[in-house]
Ligand binder design. Sequence first.
Ligand code: ADP
Ligand code: MG
Length: 391
Amino acid sequence: MRILEPEDRSGLLVGAFEHLTGARPTVLAHAPGRVNLMGEHTDYNAGLVLPVALPHRTRVAVRAREDGRVTVQSLQRDGGFAGTLADCGPGGPDGWTGYAAGVLWALARAGVPVPGLDLVVDSTVPVGAGLSSSAALECAVGAAVLGLLDRPVRGTDADLLIEAAVAAEREVVGAPTGGMDQSVAVHASAGHALLIDFADDTHRRVPLHLQERGLTLLVTDTRVSHALVDGGYGERRRDCEEAARLLRVPALRGATRTAVDGLQEERLRRRARHVVTEIDRVRESVAALAADDRQALARANADSHASMRDDFEISCPELDAAVDAAVGAGALGARMTGGGLGGSSVAWVRTDRVAEVAQAVDRRFEREEFAAPQHLVATPYGGAGWVRLDG
Ligand code: ADP
Ligand code: MG
């Protein structure tokens, strides 16, 4: 059984920065990956989501440069970026450096005096696992710039950071992200999920009481890798937009179930049905958590997974197996999480049964001859921030 620990490798990152750039970093910034507990593909439909931030995070060491040059490197990837701020926008660096350079460009566009800098990335968030390593990278880079300028990640600067991270992913990388990942990476708080309403861009903390209730959020990364720049995500978005157009609502949030059931085209009807029922399940989950109603929580998880599998068609055999094996081994509820077409599942598990449930999933994967999965314990942590290393 492989459990991915959220180790703090700040010391290693500082050492690597010195080795790669020949100087000491002055700021260390961080932002978390996330696991969404309910509300998949609802953010871009003006709906509701309920993510938590992971203890697994992306860290960025940074130092300002006098000559206006920008260098970006990652301990996870070969091939960095070296250039100037003027090279960082759309049509600029491609591959992974687009996420980082894109944030610098978007912050500068928003009027932030981004200096030349050296920047090195290190992350414990699994990449392409539906746990949002991309937003963790963007928000850690943005937090690092705010750190160089001595601006805390709060208030209007927090909003500026989210907007820049979303803009980097949409306009520079070209992935049509919905905005949930960047919001939770910035606004998350320890012990809580974040209920975000994309109709009016408001959010509030939802206490989970995991410790008091003896519950653990067990995430299983199926190692089936997805890529949001591939077609599946964009196709789903276009289906949702088309359904909203036919229903004459600005976004599917505004559609009633009756109206959705009246849609002529079967595929669009199923897509829209997922979105409107999933938004209801976010509300039901929040109510179930407040009342510690575990049956209601289990039902919402089961219905959500079925809806993603059958109506939205974003599951895969590995995700179905992970969910089924977890529930079979006594998890209170489980569902796939994230954009789908691979990635991770999340299960609500009694803390004394975590090892048993993880082993049951491993055994199922072995039997089905899937590659071995890895597991993470999703202890809800806080959002992006930075610390100064000098002085
Ligand atoms: P997810 O966000 O679910 O992990 P995405 O496809 O949205 O998956 O983003 C993954 C991409 O983000 C990677 O392919 C890579 O380009 C970039 N990325 C994430 N973390 C890192 C990292 N630590 N170093 C370099 N690139 C990273
Ligand atoms: Mg992503």
